[in-house]
Ligand binder design. Sequence first.
Ligand code: URA
Length: 199
Amino acid sequence: MTMDQILENPSTVTLDTLELRVKQCARCPLSETRTNIVFGEGDSHARVVLVGEGPGEVEDQTGKPFVGPAGQKLDEVLASVGITREEVYIANVVKCRPPGNRAPTKKEMEACLPYLEAQIALINPGLIITLGNTPTQWLFPSASGITSIRGTFLPWRGGIQLLPMFHPSYLLRYPSRAKGSPKYLTWLDIKRVKKWLDE
Ligand code: URA
């Protein structure tokens, strides 16, 4: 199935068929250096989709999103309010690891965007959590920097809201839990997510 067919005829596409398509993807040079694609995983009917930047080394090796050190931190953040990975869906802006963990380029993100768009359309969540600046700016170009915009519910498209949060790897660099620290602010943000889920 071509990408055009996927986008023109979303009713014939499922997350599984889309994943098969991404496995064959060579739309950008990241396909030449990847070990595995990291499509995304979780509940295909999740109310919350989390979007990171792109796979790191462990994700590239395993084909699963957020399973390295940043992933363990993300699990902790979710668990602090009783949210499990199984009840959300976790994806990235780019599905292949940028070598050396560099940020993905605009061209790479552009090449991969239709996949994320299709995932969001298929899952149809009520809330998208963008982790860090890259997915936030990518999905909401008028957003200001993550430090000022995190924790704010932004109206996105078709009734979907977007909530930017710090990227978990940022939390790994700042261990303090003091009031006003990135960890403290993230805890406030994830409590907002929990409240939204419970409402
Ligand atoms: N960082 C990300 O942005 N995504 C992953 O899947 C892992 C680390």
